[in-house]
Ligand binder design. Structure first.
Ligand code: AMP
Length: 118
């Protein structure tokens, strides 16, 4: 797998090169508020490694880290959304992915009606 040409915006947040509203951090994972929220609660939960650009790569190469990520999502949802949430991994530009450093969108609160809504 080739290295990215330059650090992703999420790597720059992890390195504290650019600010973010960080709500969670451990040795492997960081969580922060999305800068353009699409729901009352919209958190990004991001593995610190930039080795994987999407969730399928993460699952294939480090399923334990994916399981950690989901556990962190569930814990953050308990704190921020009452435990109910939508978990989204955009995969590919045509699906809306803009940052090619794998990340989970944790959406909660009163979600807007939409294609996946009621
Ligand atoms: P995706 O479109 O799935 O790649 O998601 C990337 C997300 O990153 C979008 O929802 C953006 O709003 C969010 N984002 C981009 N830059 C920042 C930033 N500096 N701080 C927080 N969220 C960001």
């Amino acid at each position: 797998m080739s290295e990215p040409a330059e650090p992703s915006i999420f790597s720059r947040i992890i390195a504290r090169e650019i600010p973010a509203d960080i709500v969670y951090e451990d040795d492997h994972i960081i969580g922060f508020r999305d800068i353009a929220p699409q729901a009352p609660v919209h958190l990004l939960v991001v593995p610190k490694t930039d080795a994987y650009s999407n969730v399928a790569q993460l699952a294939a190469n480090d399923p334990g880290l994916l399981a950690e990520l989901v556990a962190v999502v569930d814990r953050l949802a308990a704190e921020h959304t009452g435990g109910e949430y939508r978990l989204v991994f955009n995969t590919g530009a045509s699906a809306g992915q803009t940052v090619f450093h794998v990340h989970a969108h944790l959406l909660g609160g009163r979600l807007p009606e939409g294609t996946l809504g009621r």
